[in-house]
Design a protein around this ligand. Structure first.
Ligand SMILES: [Mg+2]
Length: 352
């Protein structure tokens, strides 16, 4: 499985060519573009140039020279950096890499690009893809004098970019590099199923491999609401409701644009809709008198009895103990002009 247990990861080392970027650029460059230019430069038939280059490539595969733009410029008498720039339109980021890098940033991981590519190749590719800001550091093996395939690379990386091998993830499309990292002790290793989008996938089973960066993203968490913002009361007479909630409950009444009215309850609101002329969209069955609301108050419930009597509001029950959202309540009940049940309560004790 390519999935990663992210809680156990602090550092994420990411290879560039074939991992974050499509290896098609590099394969096309070395196997098609360079042979053509080499044949032109040296007056060779294309087939002869291809055969000669194949031998030269094999001779230095896996060494620092293989990755060195200056080495090849000198060996082949070609301006390799300039030839690469000619093909810049083929430089492409693998799908969902941006999403993956953004996740790593949000998750607070240390994100390091670790590449054997020469600094000139690195700068061309970063300029074309705009990936640089995603990384905390860009590490070029040329700075260490050994490629990632070499055990000494990881020791030198440890000095330049300290990491805990058991809490580090490396994603790389090269099996020799993954083996070298495993030998050093890097605990979390992932290969890349299809480094070159124009070639068939790799069939190796030595390392868990990802076909798509979404495979290593944690599953999205289900959306959830944070708190109540407002609710709506459908009322028979807006002015009667305003008078009741303002005078009896002491709520601030606000008149809004378009003739709408709202009652302020702490940070929440109760919007009033006139029955029969409700604002769209509206509830399925807007009905006056169908609500049952409870308000907390700092004023002792006993003092509410005198106030309600002065307002000519009949108490229908209370004081009684009830179980509220926040804790144990002492409540008194009455009704508003539409017959909605109104409960006013003191919080006696919060829920443990
Ligand atoms: Mg690679």
């Amino acid at each position: 499985m390519a999935m990663v247990e992210w809680e156990g990861i602090e550092s994420v080392f990411l290879d560039m060519d074939g991992t974050l970027l499509d290896l098609h650029f590099d394969n096309h460059f070395w196997l098609a573009h360079v042979p053509v230019r080499y044949a032109e430069r040296h007056g060779l038939p294309l087939e002869a140039a291809q055969a000669e280059l194949k031998v030269r490539y094999a001779r230095v595969a896996g060494t620092m020279q293989w990755y060195c733009v200056d080495y090849w410029s000198e060996q082949l008498e070609l301006d390799i950096a300039a030839l690469k720039a000619e093909l810049r339109h083929l430089i492409a980021v693998h799908p969902h890499v941006h999403e993956f890098l953004a996740f790593l940033r949000r998750a607070g991981k240390r994100i390091v690009l670790v590449t054997n590519a020469h600094a000139k190749s690195l700068s061309l590719k970063m300029a074309c893809t705009g990936l640089t800001p995603h990384f905390d550091a860009l590490i070029c093996a040329h700075a260490f004098g050994v490629p990632k395939e070499h055990p000494a690379f990881w020791e030198r990386l440890q000095v330049a970019e300290p990491f805990v091998p058991e809490r580090t993830l490396l994603i790389d499309d090269s099996l020799p590099v993954l083996r070298s990292a495993r030998h050093y002790g890097i605990a979390h290793l992932r290969a890349v199923r299809r480094p070159d989008s124009r070639q068939p996938p790799n069939a190796q089973e030595e390392f868990a491999a990802l076909a798509d960066f979404r495979e290593v993203l944690p599953p999205p968490t289900a959306p959830r609401v944070a708190c109540l913002d407002h609710c709506v009361l459908t009322v028979a007479d807006i002015e009667a409701s305003i008078a009741f909630y303002g005078r009896v409950l002491g709520l601030e009444v606000r008149r809004l644009e378009g003739g709408r009215t709202t009652l302020c309850v702490g940070r929440q609101r109760i919007n009033l809709h006139p029955f029969g002329r409700e604002y769209e969209p509206k509830a399925g069955r807007p009905t006056p008198g169908a609500a049952d609301l409870c308000f907390l108050t700092q004023t002792p419930v006993t003092a509410w009895f005198d106030h309600l009597a002065a307002c000519r509001v009949e108490v229908i029950e209370g004081p009684v103990e009830r179980n509220g959202a926040a804790g144990r309540l002492l409540s008194v009940y009455f009704r508003d002009p539409d017959g909605n049940l109104i409960e006013v309560a003191n919080l006696l004790a919060e829920h443990p």
